[in-house]
Design a protein around this ligand. Structure first.
Ligand SMILES: [Zn+2]
Length: 335
């Protein structure tokens, strides 16, 4: 019997990098993670990452063939293989695909992390069977992957779908992108922490959050305290949901998706965030769209949507088009 084909999917996050070997049917054969170490340069990171992948692959090499590597990363450009000055990492602009190919002789493709999450939902999650939907990732920032008429929206530059950097509050909070008032400074794990500190300063109510430093505070802590009835934590979720819901209503007015799928660490808070988000979303939708756009929580577990989506970049290419990823072959651009 011949070897089964697997692809490697890699999801580079600001804190951790998750990688896995994915079978052709989308089942995960193996997954693991390494710390991203945001202060390290890209070369050192790639040496660590490729070393881990090679070591892990040795265990499976007798029975499986690695057919390609798909990567999801912040500020990644699918068309030219670069990662350009990600705000959470100190890499500058690097051609990540070219660098990874120095260590593996297989096709390598990259896309923005939220785009990869959208591909993961499309092939294996709640997006199955949908032709028009949007995935919003709520991690340390806010990313978006937009699928319209069954195609991921890249646009000419490959950089479409930066919904987190739409300005929702003129002269609002400063953002890593250099501007002020971006959605992700409110609706993200970092955004809700900033909201908690604003609320602590504004209100006099007792709250356990007053005893926690900014760097120790996490979305999980805020959500646990909200469940226990902490008034500041509850207000923080209401405020975050209000801003997110209104922004998503604007997004839905432009794209009219069948569903908006929320994914990422902050979404683990469940209805605490989803309920106010849905209410403000529905109240701010155009009448003709009311009741027609679902806001859903991703069902793909353990943050694997981006890993699955990244791996499917390779399957698609190998199944549909044998041309190896290269700057000169903008395969999906020309479809
Ligand atoms: Zn911004």
């Amino acid at each position: 019997m011949g070897k089964q084909k697997i692809t490697a999917g890699i999801d580079i996050g600001g804190t951790n990098t998750v990688f896995g070997f994915i079978k052709e049917n989308g089942d995960s054969l193996f997954s693991s993670s390494i710390p991203t170490n945001s202060n390290e340069d890209a070369r050192k990171f790639i040496i660590r990452l490729t070393g881990e992948i090679k070591d892990s692959y040795k265990v499976y090499a007798d029975n499986y063939t690695l057919t390609g590597i798909g990567i999801a990363a912040p500020s990644a450009n699918h068309f030219n293989g670069t990662i350009e000055t990600p705000s959470n990492l100190k890499w500058g602009k690097v051609n990540f695909v070219t660098m990874i190919k120095e260590y593996f002789e297989v096709p390598v493709a990259i896309t923005n992390d939220a785009n990869a999450a959208a591909l993961g939902e499309y092939e294996f999650g709640l997006g199955k069977g949908l032709k028009n939907f949007i995935v919003i990732t709520l991690g340390s920032g806010l990313g978006s992957g937009i699928i319209i008429n069954g195609n991921l929206l890249y646009s000419e530059s490959g950089l479409a779908g930066e919904f987190g950097h739409t300005i929702v509050k003129p002269n609002g909070r400063y953002c890593n992108c250099g501007r002020a008032g971006c959605l992700e400074t409110y609706a993200s794990a970092n955004g809700i922490r900033r909201t908690v500190f604003d609320l602590i300063a504004r209100y006099t109510q007792p709250s356990e959050l007053r005893n926690i430093s900014f760097n120790q505070m996490t979305g999980e802590i805020i959500s646990d305290l909200a469940i226990k009835g902490d008034p500041i934590a509850i207000k923080a979720f209401h405020y975050t949901g209000e801003i997110l819901g209104k922004a998503l209503a604007n997004l839905a007015t432009s794209f009219v998706p069948e569903a908006i799928i929320l994914f990422g660490g902050l979404v683990d808070s469940g209805e605490l965030l989803l309920e106010p988000t849905r209410n403000h979303f529905e109240n701010n939708l155009l009448n003709i769209h009311k009741g027609k756009v679902r806001i859903l929580k991703s069902t793909i577990g353990n943050g694997m949507a981006a890993v699955l989506g990244a791996s499917s970049l390779i399957n698609k290419k190998i199944n549909n088009n044998p041309i190896e990823f290269d700057i000169s072959n903008n395969i999906e651009k020309n479809n």
